[in-house]
Design a binder for this molecule. Structure first.
Ligand code: GLV
Ligand code: MN
Ligand code: MN
Length: 415
């Protein structure tokens, strides 16, 4: 392939767009988004469609014991490590059409483009779908790529349990995606992930491409406060051991922590649940999910320490049992210099305006980067909005990101 000039090669924007729109039909919501949470019937349908497309593109497909899907287009030398493009097909409960899906279908679009042009690469090329990136139905996030990279054991991955008590293993079996391949990293030449930015930086700067140098640190915790259930009408306020009484002070103080660490800190309480969840019973227990982020892991750890102190103090005042359980400790990541350069070179050669940036969101590339040279490509999304049914991206930006992916992959795959 080294003899072939590929500089004029481009992906098909129409085909990429129509694949995205067809996938978006699966789990589509009334407000124009997608609810295709990990290992649901909708996720199965999305995976089946992706597999059928990969099959039609002539790929060798393998599914591993975490349900990760690898669709391989052979290279000239089967012994050489592959260049992969991967992301996820699962969504948030009120997710959009592009988060994750774009990265998976862009990988497929690269393979389709190579097929159209009958181009042979030295290294094999793969489109990859990672299982449960979102962490919405099963915590933590980036689970499939986490097990594959060795961050989590297979047993840990299989035993993650959702709110209904179903495990990842049971749900993989139920939807037919407990594959036979071992879930374990193999040597890779390079790994890329193209994704919508999910924030407003590129749009505000009027730029087409984000060359992603790394990802900020993320801490996930479950805050559990236990008190004493009792009658809402008969129990005087001053004798109650009500976990919600402590919670509202704790949340106020944690928002203050976010303020103290501004502008780069983020703290989110995405799911607050009381039990037994009855209007006229003072709750026995409240469980709150906490998501803390900062570009520096030491700052996340410092915020975590402050949270533990606040919980201890406020629960102590009301004779409540408070506990903070860590669910995810995703460190700040710096991507591989060669892969970053390949993305920057591709964007430059294609004439797309670009800047280097750090990802505010977590991605499968965080774990993939532990075992393989990795980097990411961002494109703008409307209003910087994501994890929202109104999430939107322009066809020409999706095209630009996929063309950068194509040329970054070609640079690494041809050598
Ligand atoms: C992934 O969606 C994240 O939470 O950053
Ligand atoms: Mn994503
Ligand atoms: Mn997401």
């Amino acid at each position: 392939m080294t003899s072939v000039n590929t500089s004029n090669l481009r992906i098909s924007a129409d085909r990429l767009w129509s694949s995205l729109m067809e996938m978006a039909e699966i789990g589509k919501t009334a407000r124009g988004g997608c609810n295709r949470q990990a290992l649901t019937d909708e996720d199965k349908q999305g995976r089946d469609l992706f597999m059928a497309w990969c099959d039609a593109a002539g790929c060798d497909i393998s599914v591993d014991t975490m349900g990760n899907i690898f669709a391989r287009r052979s290279g000239r030398d089967a012994a050489l490590p592959a260049v992969i493009a991967g992301s996820h097909l699962d969504t948030q409960p009120t997710g959009g059409k592009f988060d994750g899906v774009y990265g998976v279908l862009a990988g497929l679009e690269v393979i389709r483009t190579l097929n159209d042009n009958k181009l042979e690469t030295e290294h094999p090329v793969e489109a990859v779908c990672w299982t449960n990136e979102e962490g919405a139905r099963f915590s933590p996030a980036m689970l499939g790529s986490g097990v594959w990279s060795g961050e989590f054991s297979l047993g840990y991955g299989h035993n993650r349990t959702n709110k209904e008590g179903q495990t990842v293993l049971q749900e993989l079996q139920r939807i037919g995606y407990l594959g036979p391949a071992e879930c374990r990293s193999k040597p890779l030449r390079a790994a890329f992930e193209v994704h919508i930015e999910q924030g407003p930086i590129l749009e505000n700067a009027g730029l087409q491409i984000g060359v992603v140098g790394g990802v900020q640190a993320i801490g996930w915790y479950d805050l559990v406060i236990e008190g004493m259930p009792c009658h809402a009408g008969t129990t005087p306020m001053e004798v109650r051991r009500d976990p919600v009484m402590a919670l509202y002070v704790i949340l106020d103080k944690l928002y203050q922590v976010a303020d103290d660490f501004k502008p780069r800190a983020r703290i989110t309480f995405g799911d607050i649940r009381t039990e037994p969840g009855s209007r006229n019973t003072v709750p026995e227990r409240v469980t709150v999910t906490v998501d803390m982020r900062h570009p520096e892991r030491t700052q996340v750890k410092y915020m975590e320490q402050l949270m533990r102190e606040i919980v201890r103090n406020e629960c102590g005042k009301l004779r409540l049992a408070g506990e903070v359980r860590e669910e995810l400790d995703s460190p700040a990541i710096s991507f591989n210099d060669d892969c970053i350069r390949a993305v920057r070179n591709a964007a430059g050669a294609l004439g797309y305006s670009n800047m280097q940036m750090v990802s505010g969101a977590g991605h499968d590339s965080v774990y993939v980067s532990r075992v393989a040279p990795t980097s990411m490509i961002f494109i703008p999304c409307e209003g910087g909005l994501s994890h929202n049914e109104a999430e939107n991206a322009r066809k020409e930006d999706l095209e630009a990101g996929c063309n950068v992916l194509l040329h970054a992959m070609l640079e690494m795959a041809a050598q």
